[in-house]
Design a protein around this ligand. Structure first.
Ligand code: TRP
Length: 456
């Protein structure tokens, strides 16, 4: 049985690990993808399905990643190889590739949030929000802010697990939580907020039966919990055996859902109180980057201040996510090539920054990368993970989840293993089949003349 390897970096505290994992989970997915998908997929019907997917599929997979990482004491390639043999190790490269690709476009969107925060400070939001978005989102400006965001990310990852990632999370996550709650309280005071809440919280039964909404809910549950490419696995590889994995995983999932839910309590009232619902439906990126700055601009000075906080929240959330994405790639290079952390972080971060110039120049490329890596590769990764966890290493995983857990949590472990073996692969396989068609269509459309940016 592998034990904690001497010399491997570790988190300094339990809270540090939980907040770092929550930081990975909470990001653009919560504040931009979630409200957008909710507005598309019948509001509360999507929210309900998303909660169900998080409970049935998200938490078990999160615990699978936690268990595999802590037992394997290595990044995805090394951990899968240690527990499953060389062939499984090769599967780990798919995870690293997915992380690399996701980071390349995710950091582009993160760069936009930084840009809008600067706008709020410098000159206020533009009155023509759509034109401003066109300037910000594609071209040299977008590439520059993307590179700046990657530099910030590299800087933190170079600092190491404890001195970089954990320290940043302990500082940024409480700040983020306060800001998100503050924004939601402010949004409650808007005239017409009620209408927004109704759309957000009242299920339309018809949408509950729509397979597209199911697919969106499943893919969002994975994306939002950073599952399917070994991000959580890598963080857990820095844990000692005394950590209570089932408890930590449940805490992370609740924080992630909580922040997505509270973000919705801001986005919906703002959009509905200004009658912008139509513009959100038309364009997918528009939900955040066109409708909201437009709304903030219309509110004058107050809007400028609130808008600044809003985009700061996004930027901070994005940063704690980009560090986890870069950490997967960096840690893999460190493990496999035995190079130092600064060299690995700089080399992989620079490569990501270079690749990201493509989606930064063209939002169609960005949309395509999101479909391929952010949806399809994560689903494939989740399928592989659940099969590995539920069939190949079930006993080892069970033992690992029991270690450090209190009696109450230990009782959940057999149930979790059963779900990983039977339920998760079944759900993911069905969703993957649907998604494959969508992804292939997107690729065909791209090469036939551009696909509009449509996450989910
Ligand atoms: N979960 C993050 C979000 O919701 C994004 C993210 C970070 C991610 N690491 C990941 C997504 C790994 C998929 C895989 O914004």
């Amino acid at each position: 049985m592998p034990s904690t390897s001497a010399g491997r970096e570790t988190f300094g505290s339990r809270l540090g690990f939980v907040l770092a994992a929550a930081g990975s989970a909470v990001g653009l997915g919560n504040m931009w993808r979630f409200p957008y998908l909710a507005s598309e997929g019948g509001g509360a019907s999507f929210v309900l399905l998303y909660v169900a997917m998080t409970l049935v599929m998200g938490i078990p997979l999160l615990l699978a990643e936690f268990g595999i990482g802590r037992r394997g004491q290595a990044a995805p390639v090394g951990s899968l190889r240690a527990l499953g043999g060389p062939a499984w190790g090769r599967v780990g490269y798919m995870f690293v590739t997915a992380g690399f690709l996701i980071l390349a476009y995710y950091a582009v969107i993160a760069g936009w949030t930084l840009r809008y925060a600067l706008d709020a400070v410098a000159n206020g939001f533009a009155s023509d929000a759509a034109a401003r978005f066109a300037e910000v989102s594609a071209g040299v400006d977008s590439a520059i802010f993307h590179v700046v965001f990657m530099l910030l990310t590299i800087l933190i990852v170079v600092g190491g697990v404890k001195g970089g990632i954990e320290r940043a999370s302990l500082l940024l996550m409480p700040m983020l939580l306060l800001l998100v709650i503050g924004l939601a309280l402010w949004a409650a005071t808007l005239p017409g907020a009620r209408e927004g809440y109704v759309v957000y919280l009242k299920p339309e039964i018809g949408e509950l039966l729509n397979p597209a909404v199911w697919r969106a809910a499943a893919s969002q549950a994975l994306f939002s919990l950073s599952l399917g490419m070994g991000g959580m696995l890598t963080f857990a590889s820095y844990l000692k055996r005394d950590a209570n994995l089932p408890q930590s995983g449940t805490a992370v999932a609740f924080m992630d859902f909580g922040i997505a839910f509270i973000a919705g309590l801001t986005v919906f009232p703002v959009i509905y109180s200004l009658g912008l619902a139509g513009s959100v439906g038309e364009s997918t990126v528009g939900a955040l980057f066109i409708a909201l700055p437009g709304a903030f601009e219309a509110m004058g000075f107050v809007g400028r201040v609130v808008g600044l906080f809003f985009f700061l929240v996004l930027a901070v959330g994005a940063l704690t996510s980009t560090i986890s994405l870069l950490e997967v790639v960096t840690a893999s290079v460190m493990d496999e090539l035995r190079v130092s952390r600064p060299a690995a972080a700089l080399a992989t971060g620079t490569a990501v920054a270079a690749l990201g110039v493509l989606p930064a120049m063209d939002t169609d490329v960005l949309g395509l990368m999101d479909k391929i890596a952010g949806e399809f590769m994560l689903l494939a990764g989740a399928l592989v993970l659940s099969l590995f966890a539920g069939w190949r290493i079930r006993d080892q995983l069970g033992e690992e989840l029991l270690a450090g857990a209190t009696a109450g949590w230990q009782r959940q472990v057999p149930r979790i293993l059963w779900v990983l073996r039977w339920v998760v692969p079944a759900i993911v396989a069905v969703v993957l089949a649907f998604s494959l068609r969508g992804t292939l269509a997107a690729v065909a459309e791209f090469f036939g003349g551009g696909v509009p940016f449509q996450p989910g």
